[in-house]
Write a protein that binds this ligand. Structure first.
Ligand code: ADP
Ligand code: MG
Length: 466
C-alpha cells in the first residue's frame, strides 16, 4: 500500500494498543464459520463494533475466509454487593462456564459496508462527539479571542453558507481553540438539529484512516465522511508527514466544500507554518478564513477569573482578581487550573480568602507543581499503586500486568504535565510518540466504558495530587 513510513508505524502502534481491549476478549468457539467472542460486558461488544470491526473483519477474512459470522457472549453481570464483579481482576477473567446473557450475530461481510454503522440499525447514527461544557455560553470573550469568537458565531448560524469555509482557527497551547470548535458544533446541533455534525481530533482521523486502509476499506471511510454536514477536525497539524491520510483528507475536503458543507479546523500553527503537508492542502486551508486566538491579555484573564469564580458562587475583591490575573499569564488552561486549586484550598482551610491567603495559596501551588507533578513522580505513583518495579514499567514487556500500568503512566503524564508525546516516550524507556499517543487515546476511550479502569484513574489521580 502507499502508506508513508510514519503511517506504517501508526498501523503497528494501533495493533499494540489493541492489547488493552482485547486482553479481556476471548474467543470461545469457531463452528462452521461462526466465531464466538466472550466479552466482559455489552459495552465491549459495542466498542468493538464501533471501532475495530473493519480490522477484525479483515483479519477473519484472511485467516478463516469469507462470510464469517461474529457472535458475542456477554458475561453476565453479577448482582452488585454480593460478589466481587467478574472484572475485578485485570490480570484475566475466568472463561469457565460463562453465563451467556445475550448472543447477537454480526455478519461480518455486511458490516463492512461502513465501519460506523452498527449492524442492525438502518439509520446512520453519528455521535457528534461534542463536549456540552465547551459552549459559547461558557466561553469568555476578550480582545485575545474576539475575532475568532465572532467568526465562530457567524458560522454557527449559517454553516456552509458563508465564505468562511473552511474556518481555520490557530493559536498557541491552551488558548481556547478546542473550546471554540466544540462551541460551534454545539450551537449548530442546537439550532439546526438535522445537521450531521462530527467533531474529532486529527489523531483520531489518522487512526481511523490507517485502520481502514489496513482493512482495505478506504472507500467506505471516504464515503462515510461525505455524509457529514459539519466536519470539525481538531489539531490538524498532526496530519504532517501522513501522506496517504492527507490524500484522503484532500478528497473529503473537496467533496464537502463543493457540496456546501462546513469545515472547521484548528491548529497550533498558521497554515503556512505546518511542516510536511501537501501544498494543495495548505492552499485549501487558506480558501476560507484564518482566525488566530491569542494568549489572553490581562483584561481577558480577569474576565475569565471572575466568570469562573462566579460559576462556583465565589466573589473575589478586585485587588485579588488583579493579583491572580497578574500571576498566571501563559494560557487559559493553566489559569483555570490555578483558579480550581485556589477554590479547593480556600474550601479546605475554611477561611475567607484574603489577598495574603491567596498569595500563600499561589506559592503553595507553585511549589507543589515544581516539586511533584513530573513524569518520574507519576511513574513512582503508578508503580506503587500496582506494586511493580520502575524497571518493569519502562521495559518492553507486553504482559498485561505491566503494559496497563505503563499505558496509565503515559496517560497521566500527558494529562498532568506539559510534556509532548515524544518527551513522554523518551522518559518511558524509549517508546516512540505514536505508542504514547495511542496509549493515551486507548485509556481515555476504554475508561469511558470500563468501570474498573475508571476506578484506577480516579484512585491514581487522587494519589498523584494527595
Ligand atoms: P487549546 O485547544 O487552544 O489548546 P482549549 O480550548 O482546550 O485550548 O482550552 C483550554 C481550557 O481553557 C479549556 O478548559 C477551555 O474550556 C478553557 N478556555 C479557553 N479559553 C477560554 C475562554 N475564553 N473562556 C472560558 N474558558 C476558556
Ligand atoms: Mg486543543
Amino acid at each position: 500500500d502507499n502508506l508513508s513510513a510514519s503511517e506504517h508505524e501508526d498501523v503497528k502502534k494501533l495493533e499494540h494498543s489493541f492489547d488493552l481491549l482485547f486482553d479481556r476478549v476471548q474467543p470461545v468457539s469457531l463452528i462452521n464459520h461462526n466465531l464466538t467472542l466472550l466479552v466482559p460486558s455489552d459495552f465491549y461488544k459495542e466498542y468493538i463494533e464501533e471501532n475495530y470491526l473493519s480490522l477484525l473483519s479483515a483479519a477473519l477474512k484472511k485467516n478463516i475466509g469469507k462470510g464469517v459470522k461474529l457472535w458475542y457472549s456477554v458475561m453476565e453481570n453479577k448482582p452488585q454487593g454480593l460478589e466481587k464483579p467478574a472484572t475485578q481482576n485485570y490480570k484475566g477473567i475466568s472463561v469457565q462456564a460463562p453465563k451467556v446473557q445475550e448472543v447477537l450475530p454480526t455478519t461480518v461481510s455486511k458490516s463492512l459496508v461502513n465501519p460506523f454503522v452498527v449492524p442492525g440499525i438502518k439509520k446512520v447514527n453519528i455521535d457528534a462527539n461534542l463536549n456540552p461544557n465547551l459552549s459559547f455560553d461558557n466561553f469568555v470573550e476578550g480582545e485575545s479571542n474576539k475575532f475568532a469568537c465572532t467568526v465562530a458565531k457567524t458560522i454557527a448560524k449559517r454553516p456552509g453558507a458563508t465564505s468562511f469555509n473552511p474556518l481555520f482557527i490557530h493559536g498557541g497551547v491552551g488558548v481556547g481553540k478546542t473550546h471554540l470548535a466544540h462551541a460551534i458544533g454545539l450551537d449548530i446541533k442546537q439550532n439546526l438539529p438535522d445537521k450531521v455534525v462530527l467533531y474529532l481530533s486529527s489523531e483520531k482521523f489518522i487512526q481511523q484512516f490507517v485502520s481502514a486502509a489496513k482493512a482495505q476499506n478506504k472507500t467506505d471511510f471516504g464515503n462515510f465522511y461525505q455524509m457529514v454536514d459539519v466536519l470539525i477536525i481538531d489539531d490538524i497539524q498532526f496530519l504532517s508527514g501522513k501522506a496517504a491520510t492527507q490524500d484522503m483528507f484532500f478528497h473529503i475536503f473537496d467533496h464537502l466544500h463543493q457540496n456546501g458543507k462546513q469545515i472547521i479546523l484548528t491548529s497550533d500553527k498558521a497554515p503556512a507554518d505546518i511542516q510536511d503537508i501537501q501544498e494543495r492542502i495548505v492552499s485549501r486551508f487558506k480558501w476560507g478564513l484564518s482566525a488566530e486566538v491569542k494568549s489572553p491579555d490581562f483584561d481577558t484573564r480577569k474576565k475569565i477569573i471572575v466568570d469562573k469564580l462566579h460559576r462556583d458562587g465565589i466573589v473575589l475583591k478586585d485587588d485579588m482578581v488583579d493579583f491572580l490575573a497578574g500571576e498566571v499569564k501563559s494560557n487559559v488552561r493553566e489559569l483555570i487550573g490555578v483558579i480550581n486549586s485556589v477554590i479547593a484550598h480556600s474550601m479546605i482551610s475554611k477561611s475567607d480568602l484574603s489577598l495574603d491567603l491567596l498569595k500563600e495559596t499561589i506559592n503553595k501551588i507553585a511549589a507543589n507543581q515544581k516539586k511533584t507533578i513530573n513524569i518520574p513522580y507519576i511513574q513512582e505513583v503508578v508503580c506503587e499503586y500496582f506494586g511493580i518495579q520502575r524497571e518493569q514499567l519502562l521495559s518492553k514487556t507486553r504482559k498485561r500486568e505491566i503494559a496497563l500500568p505503563r499505558q496509565l503512566a503515559m496517560y497521566f503524564a500527558k494529562e498532568y504535565t506539559n510534556a509532548t508525546f515524544t518527551k513522554i516516550g523518551e522518559e518511558m524507556g524509549g517508546k516512540d510518540h505514536s505508542t504514547v499517543m495511542y496509549a493515551c487515546e486507548t485509556i481515555r476511550d476504554v475508561s469511558k466504558i470500563d468501570k474498573e479502569l475508571k476506578k484506577y484513574l480516579k484512585e491514581i489521580k487522587d494519589k498523584i495530587f494527595e
